[in-house]
Each structure stands twice: as C-alpha cells, then as structure tokens.
Design a protein around this ligand. Sequence first.
Ligand code: CAA
Length: 282
Amino acid sequence: MGQEITVIGVGQMGTGIAQAALQVGYSVVLIDKNIDFLNKGFARLTTNLDKALEKGKITAQEKEAMLKRVKLSQTMDAIKDSSIIMEAVPELIDLKLEIFKNADKFCSKDSILATNTSSILINRLATAVSDPSRFIGLHFFNPANVMKLVEVVVGEKTSKKTVDESLAFITSMNKIPVKVNDAPGFISNRILMVFINESITALEKGIAEKEAIDSIAKLGFNHPMGPIELADFIGLDVCKDIMDFIYLETKEEKFKPSPLLVKLVKEGKLGRKAGEGFYKYN
Ligand code: CAA
C-alpha cells in the first residue's frame, strides 16, 4: 500500500477520514471542485488538529508535519499517485457516478476506488469505473477520526485483492473493518435508520418527549447518544436521503421517512450543523 491517499469531498466525513489517515502517517490529497468548500474543509481539519494539540494528543511539530502532508486540489489530475481514492461527497447517486467516471480517467490502474456512501448500492456505483474489481465501499462513521468501525461493503465484482488491501488499509488506520455484502443501506443503516425513524414516529405520536426518548436509549441501552440527538448529529437531510434510497430500493414501509423528519428537512432544520434540528444549538 502506497503512502498517499486521496479524499474527494471535504465535508464532515471527508475531513474526518483525512485526519484519521494523516494521524497514522499517510499523505492526503484533498479534492473539491469548489474552492470555498476546499478552504473550509482544510480549516476544519486544522481546527480538529488544534483541539488534539490542546488535549496533548499530538505535539505542535506533529500537527505541522500532518498539515504539510496535505495537498489541496480542485482537479482530478492530482490523484494519480494515490493508492486509495476515497469518495466522500453528498449522498447523490449522479454526483457520485460523475466523480468516479472522472477519477477513473486519472487514477493509477493499481489504485482502489472506494466510496463512503452510507446507503447506495456498491454494484451501481461500480458501473462508473472501467475496472469494477478495484471498486469497494468503505463506510466510515461520524466522527470519522474517532469511531473505530469501518463497514467494508463488497460488491459483486470486487476482487479478493481489493478486499484484502482495503482490510489492511483500514487496520493501518487503527480502525476495525467489518465485511458485509452489498444491499441498500448495508447493515449499519438498515438497522440505524429504522431505529431513528421509529423514534421520530413515537415523538410525532406524542408517546414521549424527545428528551425522554433519548434518555431511554442512553440509560436503558447504554448508547452514547439517543436516537433523536444522533439524527441531529448525523444531519436530518442525510438521514432522509438514506431512508429515501433504502425505501426506493426495497419498498418496505419501515424505511419511509416519517412526516416530521420530512417537514424539518423542508424547513432547513437539518440538525447540529444548521444550528437547529429537533434540538437547538448555539
Ligand atoms: N467532530 C470531530 N470529533 C469529535 C466530534 C465532532 N463533531 N465530537 C466529538 N469528537 C471527538 C472529541 O474531540 C474526542 O476526541 P478524542 O478522544 O481524540 O479527544 C472524542 O470525540 C470524544 O469526545 P468528547 O469526550 O468531547 O465527547 P463524548 O465522550 O460525549 O463523545 C461522541 C462524543 C464520540 C460523538 C459520542 O457521543 C458518540 O459516540 N456518539 C455516537 C456517535 C455515532 O453513533 N456515530 C455514528 C453515526 S452513524 C454514521 O455516521 C453512519 C451513517 O451512515 C449515517
């Protein structure tokens, strides 16, 4: 495995993945077409490293060395030396297909093309690349620099070599890979989105207040966050996009986003990142 990886998309997930890679010694090419997003992503990464420095988890020299290993680019030609091309853009299938089509033209023929999609079928996204044997799902969890799990989603055409190299890459990031087969929402979001959706439905029906629902999950199941605050943390738009995709593919009612979730998304109350979702944030 080479020492450079590319991360395409510098939102919450992209910067978290980049930070996790930098912290174990990789160089990272960060790509975003939009210069403002790129600069914001780099600023978020710098802030996260500052926090790690404040807590004494890294030294000032380590922080500087990590930032020096970051290359920012608005164009795909910067990815040619990376051993893993990690896509982490919003959950829009056409956008992801376009990005992989473009990345396929510039990447090395030995590199792995990986998507951080949280629900879209790997087999569908793999149609964008010339060699689907090198295509795989590497699904990180938010905050990606902290959470141990990476759900490794193996497509029908993913080769054993790609799976083995991906497992080694995830392990080298001090994370724990768990392999699953391709299906809408994989395992993580088939479980999580039903849990979140049902919690929102219970709130909507007036069975309990949001604080009570969250307390039940925290105190009764030892979850670090309750389902309502977790939905805010993930982003209500992201939760809705995931449910929409799984529902569209499976037609199972349990995945249909609850009317209250749809309403909040329409109102722009997207959760923590927007300052308001189910809860308010300052
Ligand atoms: N971004 C980056 N790092 C963050 C963060 C954020 N928003 N929030 C917390 N952290 C980091 C802190 O810096 C700290 O890092 P260090 O250990 O290196 O110091 C660590 O997380 C713990 O933070 P705190 O001690 O401040 O707070 P905590 O103990 O309350 O933990 C938490 C915060 C890790 C977010 C915890 O509440 C938690 O685990 N929540 C559940 C998260 C979860 O379920 N994530 C999965 C969501 S589903 C998903 O991502 C997949 C999908 O497809 C939708």
